[in-house]
Design a protein around this ligand. Sequence first.
Ligand SMILES: [Zn+2]
Length: 259
Amino acid sequence: MLPGMRPAGIRGMMAVMNGKPLPGEVPSGAPRQRRMFQSDPGAPTAGQLDAEFDRLARQAYVGVRDDVLDPEVAFDLACLLLKWGPPDPLAGELAERSAEGTDRERIADLARQVLAARFEPGFDLEPVLLERLEQALEVVTVDLEATGLEGPVRLVITDWHDPPHAYAEFRGVWGTAGGTSPADGAAPLSALVAIAGDLQEAVMEALWGTVWPVCPGHNLGAHAREYENAAVWWCNGDGGHVIAAIGHWDRLAGALPRS
Ligand SMILES: [Zn+2]
């Protein structure tokens, strides 16, 4: 998606004037001259702009990542942003530098910055993000089994978001919290926290009325979070405490779901 982009709107309205006939008169015998005010038929729609941005951003992203950025792609991307997006000095410099095409390092650096604010790579461009989420699901599934619950459990990719999110599915049911974004797969820790929370949503959706998992000490529902550089199940009882590291619920006793 391209924040700030708008369909043609006012900017796409082109007032085209042919000749200067007197008001209300069309000279007979002369070539037909008329005054026209019309939308620019060539102006792109919002959907076309998004698609074009996505096409260029993907190419630029891969180019930057693999150190093979084509200055022409960078130029086209910068021009698209300058023409249809809000004013952006970075995009302006990217257009200039990529038009020159000489300083490849600077072009890549600018493209990286321009993309960082607008483009999130999906699982298709960065499969490792999905791999981390899959690994996280395996870890969280250990906790599921430790609390006496059985799946099946899996990740489902949906295209409800751009880029598509992964949803932890438990017994064929997903949570309602929006799933897990590819960005959550950037590191194992963030992947664990996100997937644990997502699976929790799915379990509680599937087993309506059940809180999972539950702190055995306080009988309160746990929250997946990061704490002291670890992914943990957290309980808010007694001022808050770690129940267990995610994936290690089996070290607790009597930690069954509460119905
Ligand atoms: Zn507790």
